[in-house]
Write a protein that binds this ligand. Structure first.
Ligand code: ZN
Length: 148
């Protein structure tokens, strides 16, 4: 199985069975995200305690890329500090929009690296990055996010 198929399978799997697709009861941080270009709508929930993300979840509807990205994001965020989550946001931004993928960086991102293929399709980059922008907003006040 080559890398491209592996990446595709990861995205298909997370779209079919999204992880952490649920609410988190208050106290929580949350934000809405909307990508008008594709119609993706996400709501991200975080429970943060002592600067650490104890739980992450999402609801909403959208294309396979947006749902798979949010599903993988919630898995990745659990146990991270707020600073680590914001650092991850920057790394995902670089992964999705940067010139070239760094292989060590891809390895360190685990399953999230599956989203690196999106960079070849500029119209899909916002689908993949929507949940990350929404997560960042949830951490910093909860304003609704629109990718436009
Ligand atoms: Zn989309």
């Amino acid at each position: 199985m080559d890398l491209k198929n592996l990446y595709r399978d990861v995205i298909v799997d997370h779209n079919r069975s999204p992880r952490n697709f649920r609410q988190i009861e208050p106290p929580r941080r949350e934000a809405d995200g909307f990508n008008p270009l594709c119609g993706d709508k996400l709501h991200v929930y975080l429970r943060v305690s002592d600067d650490r993300i104890e739980d992450a979840a999402f609801e909403g509807s959208g294309c396979a890329i947006s749902v798979a990205s949010a599903s993988m994001m919630t898995e990745f965020l659990k146990g991270k500090t707020e600073a680590e989550a914001l650092d991850l946001f920057e790394r995902m931004h670089e992964l999705l929009t940067g010139e070239e993928a760094d292989l060590n960086e891809l390895a360190s991102l685990g399953k999230l690296a599956a989203l690196s293929g999106v960079r070849q399709y500029p119209s899909r980059v916002k689908c993949a990055s929507l949940c990350w922008h929404t997560m960042k907003s949830a951490l910093s006040g909860g304003d609704a996010v629109s990718t436009e």
